[in-house]
Ligand binder design. Structure first.
Ligand code: ADP
Length: 445
């Protein structure tokens, strides 16, 4: 029998349940987003460029060839399947590769090509014939540093002379060592240790300094101070690059303190909307009928992948067990997994090994998963007052204008309370959510 989420509460769940998952930290969200995404996030907004020094030249390129990269680096870029620069790269790359070097602050949402841009800049700026560290990238966490390093390794696959090293937990260097790797990618604390405490490399010789995921960085205690300490030891001629997915006041203050005389490049996030989404609800009597509705939908819809949102871990677990028992390949992402387990789950889902991802609030907002065509709210999102959480609804269901195909959203209703929440959502967005007969789901195709 289906579990009761919490005594006396309807199965649409309730705010404040112990069994309820809180959204993950900014650092982890950023990481999971990188794992689950297949490619670039498109954005129809225009690039905004501000520069303090009006004499600094501005270009934009439409091809990687136009950047005059080292041939083996260009080969690596193409090998990664990058045919043309992304929107942010069109404007950022010429500046990052310019002579004299240009300082930059760039902000655009996750998935728009920032990492690829600064990795390319680091790789093309280092001189592999000189055996000391010339480029330094600060990342907020171990996992994010590794992600960046993997991009660098791929892009440099035809440039074996360029050496890269991680300065992260678990990496040990004997006292007295002078590092010879050209690029170091690391977390602020470890870099302070290596560069300032133990002098394994010389910050004054760094010619490219990257501060990545600045918005995540400042959310971590101590990272800002450590970044300033590192920054203070850099030479005046060092090129500074600063990247952030958001544009809040405190992030920009941090940016201005780190980067002198920058060109500021911004690509505003595209608003999500329900324009391209067909929204339905299914009337169910209880959790069993909700399960049946899902089974019917699953039988009909074969294209694309689906995400199912549950309010509590218990419901999610129950659903996984039932679907698995019925022979469906489903994945579960919930709050009790370790970071490594979450990465593994999302990796498999991205590769399409499972067609359905069942999740709780861990992934409720801000994850762009374009391969997902169906979103099922097993439980509607509600706030602590048990009213409709319309913002979360939009984040789960909504799309930016980037996907041509229509998406499908299905809400499972099992009580007068959840029906009321549905009405609130309808009213909030001014869009009708139509009744779907779960025994006759053919109409959704
Ligand atoms: P961000 O750092 O802004 O989150 P990334 O640099 O990680 O963005 O890029 C997002 C995704 O798009 C990655 O999967 C990356 O491999 C891919 N990508 C980046 N630049 C290009 C490009 N020019 N063409 C195609 N894919 C790209």
């Amino acid at each position: 029998t289906p579990p009761n989420d919490a005594e006396g509460t309807p199965s649409s769940g309730g705010g404040g349940d112990e069994d309820e998952d809180k959204p993950v930290s900014p650092a982890e969200r950023s990481l999971l987003q990188k794992i689950i995404r297949k490619g670039l996030v498109e954005n129809k907004n225009d690039i905004e460029i501000q520069r303090k020094d009006p004499t600094s030249p501005l270009y934009s390129v439409k091809s990687f060839e136009a950047l005059h990269l080292k041939p083996n680096l260009l080969k690596g870029v193409f090998q990664m399947g990058f045919n043309a620069p992304s929107k942010i790269q069109e404007s950022a790359l010429p500046l990052l590769l310019a002579d004299p070097p240009q300082n930059m602050i760039a902000q655009s949402q996750s998935g728009t090509g920032k990492t690829a841009a600064f990795v390319l800049a680091m790789l093309s700026r280092v001189d592999p014939s000189k055996n000391y560290t010339q480029a330094l990238c600060l990342s907020p966490t171990y996992e994010l540093a590794i992600q960046t390093g993997e991009v660098a390794a791929k892009m440099a696959q035809f440039c074996p002379e360029i050496k890269i090293r991680y300065a992260v937990r678990g990496e040990e260097v004997p006292r007295g060592t002078k590092l010879t790797e050209h690029i170091i990618i690391g977390t602020p604390g470890k870099v302070v240790d290596w560069a300032i405490k133990f002098r394994f490399f010389d910050l004054s010789k760094i010619s490219v300094f990257v501060l990545d995921e600045a918005d995540v960085m400042i959310a971590t205690q101590g990272h800002q101070d450590q970044s300033f300490r590192i920054h203070k030891a850099l030479s005046r001629s060092c090129q500074m690059m600063f990247f952030s997915a958001t544009y809040e006041h405190d992030v920009m203050e941090f940016a201005e303190a780190i980067v002198t005389n920058p060109v500021v490049i911004r690509l505003k996030r595209e608003e999500e909307s329900l324009d391209n989404i067909k929204q339905y609800y299914v009337q169910c009597k209880n959790q069993d009928e909700k399960y049946q509705a899902i089974a019917n939908i699953y039988g009909v819809v074969t294209i694309g992948q689906a995400m199912i949102f549950c309010h509590t871990r218990k419901t999610a677990q129950w659903l996984v067990e039932r679907m698995t028992k019925d022979g469906h390949a489903v994945a579960l992402l919930s709050g009790d997994l370790t970071v490594e387990q979450r990465i593994a789950v999302l990796d498999r889902f991205r590769e399409g090994k499972e067609k359905v991802l069942i999740t709780t609030n861990v992934l409720s907002r801000g994850i762009d998963v374009e391969q997902v065509t169906i979103v099922v709210n097993f439980d509607l999102p509600i706030d602590l007052q048990r009213r409709a959480d319309c913002e979360t609804y939009l984040h789960r269901i909504g799309r930016t204008g980037r996907f041509g195909k229509a998406g499908l959203a299905i809400n499972l209703i099992d009580s007068p309370e959840s029906m009321d929440v549905l009405k609130q959502i309808e009213q909030h967005f001014g869009r009708k959510i139509n009744l779907l007969d779960a025994d006759d789901v053919d109409e959704i195709e």
